[in-house]
Write a protein that binds this ligand. Structure first.
Ligand code: I85
Length: 355
């Protein structure tokens, strides 16, 4: 079966004990969807790494496969080594990654003091960095599906640090129409996910990019609950209808070009939403060095909203979960409506029987 992803790469986890090569510390760096992340040190070089411990199961294998395939992009946290070891009687996958020591994206914007206010040009540069990661993935036919602030980490606290995307726990292979046109399978036996349509999974990432860009420019999310409740019916309705605005004073001096780009990314119809190639061709992203250095309110708003930031993150986590389910259902529906010869035959027979 032909596929554009590097999933069928020859890379295999090592079965030697990880402790021969690395010293594992007790320092927990974070908790992922599928496992915890701790610090480890290469015994020969003394270099620090991050280690993600996963229980070996098909979901974990998929996470590792897709993450491994994506390692090589400057804006993706790269995998260095993978081990399959038994750990207190349980089969585990141990993923050694480069260690990001600069913390999360918005924490850094919130914490900055001396470098002056965060500007629209810096926001454009950050968006460009994230877009490079997303394009790399989408070109490999991988949708990340969990693009959110906590998964965007800096290499170091230094000013020239690089922003990278992590956590492939929800990543999914998508398929282009090429797959459909490649007659390398018997259509009667093909699984629905093989037939596509691939469009929705990738557009989930673009919606996330729109939300991240919105928060970068003002410090608060485009959709939020009025009552401070996690996900209110009102908020759900506003998301579904794409109801958001650009209130003053935060948005007063932000360029119209930026606002238009956000609207293109937050289009409620995934088929009309911009693709990563369209986003990257947009002047605000492509020519980010020419974006005006307008000072933004982001730092102040983030500092003022520090207490509710965990809620903002939870809200984004929940709406991503909802979107993944919705889009999975759209796949099934689209398949149902597609021009599948077997389905057509069945439909015809059903029609004839009702006559
Ligand atoms: N380094 N989502 C939030 C972390 N280096 N982090 C999360 N899923 C992952 C943690 C919970 C992301 O797959 C995560 C994953 C991988 C990492 C990761 C990868 C590489 C790090 C869940 C750090 C770190 C190290 C030293 C210092 C600092 C952070 O987290 C800090 F800046 F905070 F001081």
């Amino acid at each position: 079966m032909q596929s554009t992803t590097a999933r069928d790469s020859t890379r295999q986890p090592k079965s030697s004990p990880i402790t021969e090569a690395y010293e594992i510390s007790n320092t927990v760096l974070g908790l992922g969807i599928n496992g915890k992340v701790v610090q480890c040190t290469n015994r020969t070089t003394g270099q620090k790494y991050a280690l993600k411990v996963l229980h070996d199961n098909p979901k974990a294998r998929r996470e590792v496969d897709l993450h491994w395939a994506a390692s090589g992009c400057r804006h993706i946290v790269n995998i260095v080594d993978v081990f399959e070891n038994s750990y207190s009687g349980k089969a585990c996958l141990l993923v050694v990654m480069e260690c990001m020591e600069g913390g999360e994206l918005f924490q850094r914007i919130q914490d900055r003091q001396d470098e002056g206010p965060f500007t629209e040009r810096e926001a454009a540069q950050i968006m460009h960095e994230i877009c490079v990661a997303v394009k790399y993935l989408h070109d490999l036919n991988i949708a990340h599906r969990d693009l959110k602030p906590e998964n965007l980490l800096y290499t170091s606290p230094a000013v020239n640090a690089v922003l990278k995307l992590t956590d492939f726990g929800f990543a999914k292979e998508t398929f282009t129409k090429d797959t459909l046109q490649t007659p390398c399978y018997t259509p009667y036996y093909v699984a629905p996910e093989v037939l596509g349509p691939e469009k929705y999974d990738k557009s989930c990432d673009i919606w996330s990019l729109g939300v991240i860009m919105y928060i970068l420019l003002c410090g608060f999310p485009p959709f939020y609950s009025n009552h401070g409740l996690a996900i209110s019916p009102g908020m759900k309705k506003r998301i579904r209808l794409g109801q958001f605005d650009f209130p003053n004073p935060e948005w007063q001096n932000v360029s119209d070009q930026a606002k238009k780009l956000i609207q293109g990314m937050l289009n409620v119809d995934p088929t009309k939403r911009l693709s990563i190639d369209q986003v990257m061709k947009n002047q605000w992203i492509a020519q980010y060095t020419a974006v005006p250095q307008t000072p933004l309110h982001t730092g102040r708003v983030l500092r003022e909203g520090e207490d509710i930031w965990p809620e903002v993150q939870e809200e984004m986590t929940r709406s991503l979960a909802t979107m993944r389910v919705d889009y999975d259902q759209m796949h099934i529906k689209a398949l149902d409506n597609s021009n599948n010869p077997l389905l057509n035959k069945r439909r015809k027979r059903a029609e004839e029987q009702t006559k």
